[in-house]
Ligand binder design. Structure first.
Ligand SMILES: NC(=O)c1ccc[n+]([C@@H]2O[C@H](COP(=O)([O-])OP(=O)(O)OC[C@H]3O[C@@H](n4cnc5c(N)ncnc54)[C@H](O)[C@@H]3O)[C@@H](O)[C@H]2O)c1
Ligand SMILES: [Zn+2]
Length: 388
């Protein structure tokens, strides 16, 4: 368990650092508003000086921040620096676009001593990481995450990959970056729904392992929702610490790391029902976490009222808690979102055997556990209340 400690003065620290402690594969996550000075520049010099570098981004993020990162990288003295801009969107997280990255590396002479940089959200981070994992059996890469979700989750922990037609993230590898450079100032341009979607992944850490952190998020929700820089830095630093702790214990998800999937089996089913176009990942996971808490309550694993409590937390953070509290302008066909349809999607999850489901459930705020053998009858009863 990682303790949550509130720092007295959020503005005092100019740079923050979290170490992901994995022995010889350890690396720093640096939170700083600049890439061309201080620790970020030191790290760039350490990893790119006199080496060929390729930056991978997408056509939304590159026009916003590409030039600034490029100047910072050039200042660090690479032998050669090129960039590859992907089309934006999860639907481009494909083998074809991954191959296009590798073609770029081949055409730009990225040898084994080359370095990749990912500038973008989780899609760019995952794809660049997988290109780095596979090119010449693995070259170093640096994550420069630009969405809240990528800063608190996708850029840390070494899961890299792309989608296969048969499903999300089916092709991939564990490959840790050599550094993660977080600049929360880039979050100012993030669309509102994307920002809140990231808050869902942040509050997930609190639900799993720290009730005081949930409480802190609620007390600071106005500043969080206004993207106040000091509070955002505290949020991201704390989330990276939570993730660092879990990843250190279980790097390749043999056991404890699975608690990070709280709300995700439900969430993936919800995303899948909307063909990944209706709800964002974090929004679906927010509803999924309320479902998990309600199911715990139903199974007698949690005290009565936990489901409502978690629903209240999601609402306070501007997130949906059920299908009747979706973001403005999002319509779903109620007759498609039935318990049966959700359960059918949940069966596609790897964690089902003989019709019984393995799920991450919530015992109380700050305590999650893996539970085996959940029956579909129990799922049906709980989901009915969400789908009515
Ligand atoms: N590797 C992991 O451990 C891990 C964990 C969680 C999620 N993921 C993956 O992450 C992906 C989702 O990531 P995401 O939510 O960041 O989505 P995303 O990468 O698609 O980014 C969301 C949108 O925001 C845009 N954007 C990014 N930064 C911006 C900025 N600063 N200003 C304006 N627009 C910006 C993007 O171009 C995109 O349109 C999924 O593919 C998921 O599988 C991986
Ligand atoms: Zn997630």
């Amino acid at each position: 368990m990682t303790a949550f400690s509130e720092s007295a003065d959020p503005h005092r620290q100019h740079e923050r650092c979290v170490t992901i402690d994995l022995g010889s594969r350890s690396y720093p996550v640096i939170l700083s508003d600049a890439w061309d000075s201080g620790q970020p520049q030191n790290l760039l010099q350490q990893h790119v000086k006199d080496r060929p570098v390729a930056i991978v981004s997408n056509d939304t993020v590159w026009p916003l921040y590409g030039e600034t990162l490029l100047q910072a990288v050039k200042k660090a003295g690479p032998s050669h620096c090129s960039w590859h801009v992907l089309p934006d969107g999860e639907n481009h997280k494909t083998p074809a676009q991954w191959l296009a990255i590798l073609d770029h590396l081949a055409n730009n002479g990225l040898t084994r001593d080359g370095v990749l940089l990912a500038l973008g959200g989780g899609v760019v981070c995952d794809m660049t990481g997988f290109a780095a994992a596979s090119w010449m059996r693995g070259i170093p890469f640096i994550q420069v995450p630009t969405t809240l979700l990528a800063q608190v989750d996708a850029s840390v922990g070494g899961k890299t990959g792309i989608n296969h037609l048969a499903g999300k993230n089916l092709i991939g590898a564990f490959h840790q970056p050599v550094a993660v450079l977080v600049n929360t100032r880039v979050l100012t341009t993030l669309p509102e729904r994307e920002f809140r979607s990231g808050l869902a992944e942040a509050v997930k850490y609190g639900l799993i392992q720290s009730a005081p952190f949930v409480d802190w998020m609620l007390r600071n929700r106005r500043n969080l929702l206004h993207r106040e820089p000091g509070v955002l830095n505290q949020l991201v630093q704390q989330c990276c610490q939570f993730k660092a702790h879990i990843v250190r214990e279980d790097e390749t998800e043999q056991g404890r790391r699975a608690v990070l999937n709280l709300g995700h089996t439900f969430g993936h089913a919800i995303e899948n029902l909307g063909h990944y176009r209706t709800l964002l990942h974090g929004e679906a996971v927010a509803i999924g976490m309320v479902m998990a808490a309600t199911l715990s309550e139903h199974l007698g694993l949690a005290r009565p009222g936990l489901g409502k409590k978690v629903a209240g937390i999601m609402q306070a953070l501007g997130l949906p808690s059920d299908f009747s509290s979706l973001p403005a302008g999002i319509d779903i066909e109620a007759d498609e979102y039935t318990p049966e349809a959700l359960i059918q999607r949940m069966r596609l999850d790897k964690k089902v055997s003989h019709g019984r489901h393995r799920l991450i459930l919530l015992k109380e705020l700050g305590q999650a556990d893996m539970v085996d053998g959940v029956t579909e009858a129990d799922l049906r009863t709980v989901l009915q209340a969400f789908c009515a």
